[in-house]
Ligand binder design. Sequence first.
Ligand SMILES: Cc1cc2nc3c(=O)[nH]c(=O)nc-3n(C[C@H](O)[C@H](O)[C@H](O)COP(=O)(O)OP(=O)(O)OC[C@H]3O[C@@H](n4cnc5c(N)ncnc54)[C@H](O)[C@@H]3O)c2cc1C
Length: 379
Amino acid sequence: MNFDWTAEDLDFKNRIAALFDRESLPALEALERAELPELKATTGAFLKRLAETGYLALGLGPAAAAETLHLMAGQEEVARISGCLFLAVETTVRLFGGLLKGFGEPDRVRDILEPLLRGEIIASVAVSEPAGNEPGISRTLAREDGDSFVLNGRKSFATNGPIADYLAVTGEVDGLLAVFLVEPQMAGVSVGPRLQTLGYNGIAVSSLELTAVRVPRSRVLGPFRDTKALEWLRQIDNLVLTVASVGLMYRTLREAKEHASGHVRDGKAVGKHQEVRFKLAEMLTLAQTAQLLAYRTAWLHATADAEAATLIHCAKVFSAEASERVASLAMQIAAGEAYLSGNLVERGYRDAKYAAIAGTTSELARMAIAQDLLNLYRV
Ligand SMILES: Cc1cc2nc3c(=O)[nH]c(=O)nc-3n(C[C@H](O)[C@H](O)[C@H](O)COP(=O)(O)OP(=O)(O)OC[C@H]3O[C@@H](n4cnc5c(N)ncnc54)[C@H](O)[C@@H]3O)c2cc1C
């Protein structure tokens, strides 16, 4: 078994890493405090820079799964630098762009997809709905009316919602799944105010209200006879969250390591103490394990292996929970300094809770893993 990146992967990683030079880092740092216009401008600027490396065009749609491992080589670099930028970019490109590429009719979505791949569009994907009793694919419902669909419903969360040029909204037409591409300025579309979140403060999240929104047929993916688009979306979302967790672990580990080496107490760097070293050792072990599982998962996905769906859940659960533990250990090492608001470790600690909640929650992912284990696996 060979775990080395290919020369092509390494070159790609280096080109991505080179985008984040000294001059660009303050803008990323400022994302955490940025108001919407600045957030939109910074996200847009980095989308354009990433487009030049070919990053945006990779792995879009089920047909491009073969690129997953190569893509992950680049994704790691972005996720290590800025979790917020990473989530905003991946939502735009891999989720929204991937839906269009994989499930849209090329002639109908070309006018969105082409500028999106040039980094000129920010997009959002809204699936989650407020809690309720009615079962079904979605309580966002549409009916056909001439050459368009009339859409009504409510979405509870949309990452990039307040800065999006386009939003892909899942809904139901006569019991069938469809995806509606709406623009914030369309009549009946109401993007809620930016929600205040515990972590990832440099992304803009909102709710979304749809009241008799008339969506032309050319802006509707489906209706589909199955729910493959939704399943694909969940898998990609979970892969993205896995890489985000790995990136977060290395960010907080780097801070903890620097603190352990540079912070002197009673004449001794705190990293000289075994109690601190054991924490660092556990952090690296968790980060490395999560990273390896992420690579294996990406490889299974890239080779269309039957185990890929199960491993995506395993990797997402493990990396999410490992990132919480790593962030907590980093805070213990950097102690009082890390507890101050705005510190990178403090941010990492708050960010870390997100991955277990977002996408497929850890509870639902565990249930799916157990189901697969009992039905499919020979162990
Ligand atoms: C900052 C932020 C950004 C987000 N961005 C987006 C976005 O861009 N697009 C989008 O579509 N969504 C988005 N979401 C929504 C996110 O994906 C959901 O919060 C997540 O899927 C969990 O759904 P929920 O909050 O409704 O929890 P619920 O589904 O209500 O679950 C509540 C609890 O019950 C557990 N539970 C639920 N059902 C079961 C079951 N059958 N068995 C056992 N346990 C169960 C869950 O695991 C969880 O612990 C975002 C959320 C946040 C916080």
